[in-house]
Design a protein around this ligand. Sequence first.
Ligand code: GLN
Length: 310
Amino acid sequence: MQDLLDRLVADARVFAAKGSVAAYIPALAKIDPRLVGLALADRDGRVVESGATRIPFSIQSVSKVLSLSLVLESRGEEAVFSRVGRESTGDPFNSIIRLETSHLGKPYNPLINAGAIVVSSLLPGRTAVERLASLLDFVRSAIAASEDGRSAAVMVDEEVAASESATGFRNRSIGWFLKELGLVEGDVDEALATYFSQCAIRLDAASLARLGAVFAFDGVLPGGKRLLSTRTARIVKSLMMTCGLYDGSGDFGVEAGLPAKSGVGGGILAAAKGRFGLASFGPALDGRGNSVAGVAMLTALSRELDLFEL
Ligand code: GLN
């Protein structure tokens, strides 16, 4: 397994030159585009890894599956899906257009920005600080069960959060439009502050693979404790399969056949049912905001280990 990961990481280094880092959030532009890492976590929380897997990075939209999981557990399906749909869009992650034109009257799914901002407003807590704290607690409990003592701490990169808060005009427009539709719970600025901070959570690929394992094993942590109901894990995985890579979800589904969630920080979390949690890191992105090296490595890994879900 180690040899396989080493080979995939070595092969993926060429892809760093084929994409560009997310610069629309100024603080993200500082990352080295040549970094590449790949990690896999098994049922017992053991991690096999290669390359840049211990360098924490901004998880960005990968946080959307974490907040969705916690809100499904704490508030239930009705609270989420009365406000957000479950359909893919084929649009970019930050698109606003369907909010007004669609008959749905709500964001298409919780993994595009509009849906995720609604979900952020539903996290346990009254303020952005309280909601972020509940999400961080949840993430820590998901990782701690298999902590090997070397992994990076779960923290928020305040510089990245402030950088997105200062420049996230489109997300602010989306937030206010959602408020007008009656879909944001409470104060819209608190919901946006929660969203910007959760996107700025820093994790390394080894930790992200452990989070992937939570989904791969339908909510059960290493050691047997259940963190998520089977139903929550399955809902989130289904949405990852259909919407996790935005307007690249269909391509990735056909080629890699894995539920996955990407972020513009260069991370991708994926889950291979009953086998492994997976994570890739490579900050050079394609035009849809997905890691070029990550898509290539996960696709190759899925083929080599026959991880296709379907
Ligand atoms: N914080 C980013 C944004 O809202 C997340 C986008 C992403 O990772 N695809 O633009």
